[in-house]
Design a protein around this ligand. Structure first.
Ligand code: ADP
Ligand code: MG
Length: 303
């Protein structure tokens, strides 16, 4: 059957569009009413077109009955501000060593600049976002992170001091759930406080994993600036089991920021999250491609 008011190529185009929507239906059903925790990375956020598409995608998820919770990073933006203020910064095991001056900048950039910008962008694209800082209202309770490393010439472990880098120990999910119940999209800056009231910088992947675990989210999505987990030959690993993920974390080709990402996925799945995906935030509409199409993108870790 042909529509004589459309050219053949237009017909093919619109039929393809319709089938894309139909293809999305089982996925919408799978996630409807569920929570999906999304880590929005510093790199993907830097581009206007990508960030506008991200905001639209988040709004779309909400419209089809899914509850997105956004945790944002801010690495590049924090780096720029530290450079401006002449504060030196270095990374150990993918985590930023954070002294008292640095934590103040981290808080300023994450809570004041980036969080407000994301909330605003989601609101402009028609969603209803609510911003939170993890170090306020006891949202993320943290303790100083302790990383044990083995010396290159011995097997003796030493504990690294990264300063005010926190490990989330408790997430007060009632704050997040109240926001969702009001129909809002929570947007959370990855900071935490300890019992003494110290503020900690928490790696955004780590914070997102802890929040996904505490909420028993259906899915954890970590947006980044690479295709996903790359193997020793730089080839994408499209999917891996929880056990396989545990085994690759100590391989020498897993470096820098990829380490906290994989351990976060493992941690989240241990706490009951069904699937965790590390995906390429440089791709337009990465969220929609991953959630609503048959092929998906990135590296998926399943329980
Ligand atoms: P984000 O802002 O997404 O947290 P990070 O720089 O912290 O970005 O982490 C992502 C980076 O991890 C990639 O840009 C890449 O350079 C690095 N990386 C190290 N090992 C791997 C690997 N095996 N596969 C993919 N990326 C890796
Ligand atoms: Mg990172």
């Amino acid at each position: 059957m042909k529509f004589d008011f459309l050219s053949e190529s237009d017909q093919a185009y619109f039929i393809h569009k319709a089938s894309t929507l139909v293809e999305a239906l089982p996925y919408i059903r799978e996630h409807s009413g569920q929570k999906i925790v999304i880590k929005y990375g510093g790199h993907a956020m830097g581009n206007n077109e990508l960030s506008q598409n991200f905001s639209k995608d988040i709004g779309l998820l909400k419209e089809v009955g899914i509850n997105p919770i956004v945790i944002h990073g801010g690495g590049p933006q924090i780096g720029e501000m530290l450079k401006k203020k002449n504060i030196k910064s270095n990374f150990v095991e993918g985590l930023r060593v954070t002294d008292m001056d640095t934590v103040k900048i981290v808080e300023e950039v994450l809570s004041n600049d980036i969080n407000k910008k994301i909330v605003n962008e989601i609101n402009i694209s028609g969603g209803k976002a609510e911003g939170f800082s993890g170090n306020q209202k006891n949202l993320i309770e943290a303790e100083k992170l302790k990383i044990a490393i083995k010396g290159s010439d011995s097997n003796i472990e030493k504990i690294l001091d990264l300063g005010f880098v926190g490990n989330p120990i408790k997430i007060n999910i009632s704050i997040i759930n109240e926001s969702i119940d009001k129909g809002n999209i929570p947007v959370i800056a990855p900071l935490g406080t300890d019992k003494e009231g110290n503020t900690y910088n928490i790696n955004a992947d780590t914070a997102a994993g802890a929040i996904a675990g505490a909420l028993k989210a259906n899915k954890l999505l970590l947006l980044t600036d690479v295709a996903g987990i790359l193997d020793a030959n730089k080839k994408l690993i499209p999917s891996l089991s929880f056990e396989e993920a545990k085994n690759i974390i100590d391989q020498e080709y897993i470096l820098g920021g990829m380490k906290p990402k994989i351990s976060t996925c493992i941690e989240a799945i241990t706490k009951g999250v069904k699937k965790a995906t590390i995906l390429d935030g440089r791709i337009s509409h990465a969220l929609i491609l991953e959630l609503f199409t048959e092929h998906g993108i990135g590296s998926q870790i399943y329980s």
